[in-house]
Design a protein around this ligand. Structure first.
Ligand code: SF4
Ligand code: SF4
Length: 416
């Protein structure tokens, strides 16, 4: 029998025991819906964690397999009447697996991802190489050979990205327009700054229109979210502290426009009481803009909205983006069925588990097709990439945008 698990970073047994096995979370769990296995449901995973914590189960390959398949989407937290904090249990369990479990089948890909993605400089270089690959004709040649079919994870990485946009330089400070109501910092994000630079520009512009002076520290790095979700706790902690130190202390808020980053940053205080004050000032951009006085002109568009998991389940921000979109004159917001079911992106899950992620992506695209909308809004770069990929595969003619891009277009259309 395995030894019971103790230690400061062990999953909290009292939290695990809050699960009363009711099963209410099962229909909300994307992996249970796709795979139909109890051990790929929240209840099954909690059962495994409990058996491990009580010393009845070791960290086997099977244990690792079911934990690897979890998206970390936290839909189970929203559904759970007992308030089980599944996200923190998962993070702790993954940290233990990483330290004491069998070698991960993903270790090579993870080594690449974690040496590049959280480092904005290296990510920029990798994306520049990818841009060259796409535009030189090499991509067409590689695709024509069909060689990528033999490497599904590499194929997923290659297909996810259609192109790399030109950089959009941002000033260190964007002054408030009109009466100043506050001073905020803007997180530019690793993926966001390279792949959706227009979202950062529009975020800063809208915040300034709402009366905020926007500070954009050049020294800011990665928030550490990807590392937290993979159980790389030491790297997450050092990135979190470095990020908090990069922002001035006198800001009213620190604004994010990437759901995964915002969710991790709001929870910094759980492990790091020294930066709990920083964490308490973090807001998603839609939270700050929801009640702001923005001048918005008309957009004749039918739009649907996908709830990014780490916004709706991680941060419980559901109404604010919808409220903002409904404020745009002429814009028709059509609700998306299963809008808060994961699209399969989930950080780097779509690269590590392309099969399950692809099923979820295709299901999301089918729901989007039902709406008839030509524009899909989502507040997370990973979701935008994943859903855009799915729409390309299905030849569905829709445009993917962050809600701030629509708001910025509406601000441009305002005629006083
Ligand atoms: S985090 Fe998501 S995928 Fe994982 S158990 Fe919960 S609902 Fe299922
Ligand atoms: S809803 Fe909560 S209490 Fe019920 S099985 Fe799921 S995690 Fe356990």
């Amino acid at each position: 029998m395995a030894a019971a698990v103790h230690g400061a970073d062990a999953p909290d047994l009292a939290e695990i025991r809050k699960c009363v096995h009711c099963g209410i979370c099962l229909p909300q769990c994307p992996t249970y819906r796709v795979l139909g296995e109890e051990m790929d449901s929240p209840r099954g995973r909690i059962y495994l964690m409990r058996a491990r914590a009580e010393g009845r189960l070791g960290l086997s390959v099977t244990f690792q397999h079911h934990l690897d398949l979890c998206l970390g989407c936290r839909a189970c937290e929203t559904a759970c009447p007992s308030g089980v904090k599944f996200g923190s249990l998962l993070e702790a369990t993954r940290a233990q697996l990483r330290r004491e479990g069998p070698p991960s089948k993903h270790r090579l890909l993870q080594a690449f991802v974690f040496s590049v993605f959280p480092e904005p400089g290296r990510l920029g270089l990798a994306l520049a190489a990818f841009k060259l690959y796409g535009r030189s004709g090499l991509r067409a040649l590689v695709r024509a050979t069909g060689v990528l079919h033999r490497f599904p994870r590499l194929a997923a990485m290659e297909a996810l990205l259609e192109d790399v946009p030109a950089a959009v330089p941002l000033p260190a400070i964007v002054p408030a327009r009109g009466r100043t109501v506050g001073r905020v910092g803007l997180l530019t994000g690793c993926v966001q700054r390279h792949l959706y630079p227009g979202v950062n520009r529009d975020t800063a512009r809208l915040l300034a229109l709402a009366g905020f002076e926007v500070v954009i520290p050049r020294s800011q790095g990665c928030c550490g979210a990807l590392e937290l979700h993979a159980g790389r706790v030491d790297a997450y902690v050092s990135r979190a502290r470095a990020l908090a130190a990069a922002f001035p202390d006198d800001l009213d808020f620190v604004v994010t426009n990437a759901a995964g980053c915002g969710s991790a940053m709001k929870e910094y205080g759980h492990r790091m009481p020294d930066i709990a004050g920083f964490a308490a000032r973090v807001r998603d951009v839609t939270e700050l803009l929801a009640d702001a006085d923005l001048p918005l002109g008309a957009l004749d568009l039918t739009v649907t909205y996908h709830d990014a998991c780490h916004l709706v389940h991680g941060q419980r921000v559901r109404e604010e983006p919808r409220r903002l979109l409904r404020r745009i004159p002429g814009l028709r917001l059509v609700e998306l069925r299963d809008s808060d079911l994961c699209c399969g992106s989930a950080g780097i899950y779509n690269l590590l588990e392309p099969g399950t992620a692809g099923t979820l992506r295709d299901a999301k695209v089918a729901r989007i097709a039902e709406t008839g909308a030509r524009v899909v809004a989502a507040a997370n770069p990973g979701c935008l990439l994943q859903i855009a990929w799915g729409c390309r595969e299905r030849a569905l003619d829709v445009t993917l945008v962050h809600p701030v891009e629509l708001l910025a277009r509406a601000a441009d259309a305002y005629q006083g």
